[in-house]
Ligand binder design. Sequence first.
Ligand code: ZN
Length: 215
Amino acid sequence: MAVSTRHHPADASLVAYAAGTIEPGRALVLAAHIAACPDCRRTLGLAEAVGGALLSGLEPTPMAPGAREALMARLDDPEPAPAPHSPPQRPDWIAVPAQVLEAARRRKRWAAPGVWVASIAKGPGRRSSYLLRVGAGMAMPRHTHTGVETILVLKGAYEDRGQVYGPGDLAENDETVDHRPQVTAEGECVCLVFADAPLRPLDWVGRLFQPFVGI
Ligand SMILES: [Zn+2]
């Protein structure tokens, strides 16, 4: 699907991704953004061709030492490299690694009216990655975060503090953020999330909501 990303990871996150110093769960979210985002691929100094390779069923582990040189050498090669094997994708989502599609198929759980969650991985500590679907026009309860939440829109859009986040857009929210994101009226929104810890509700709605949703 056509994507035009406007919200990107912080440069420090991209550097940590490239250096392999971030958790696999956060790398998974960043990999899907980078695959959808020519700007971030340029920032990383990677060729466009890497976008597909990031999604070709590989673990979202960062590149090994020397891999970039090997890649660049391959790109200089007049023989076209074989197309990476990509997992079948959902046409209404931006492209994601196979394990994300698998989680959506096998672990989707309706948590509240209009809301489903599909766990992808848990730990270490209280870290978790999951898919979150929220229905058209719905607002999340007001909350903040412990540690950092990295959230990527796969489908639809939500509005947060005057900004609209659409497919491919990524946000990094920490404990300085006090917000109540709201899905736009056009349709459901599906996000891929990695969080260091469960969100921290700031109102009674959230305190009621959280045990059911479990995020
Ligand atoms: Zn980007």
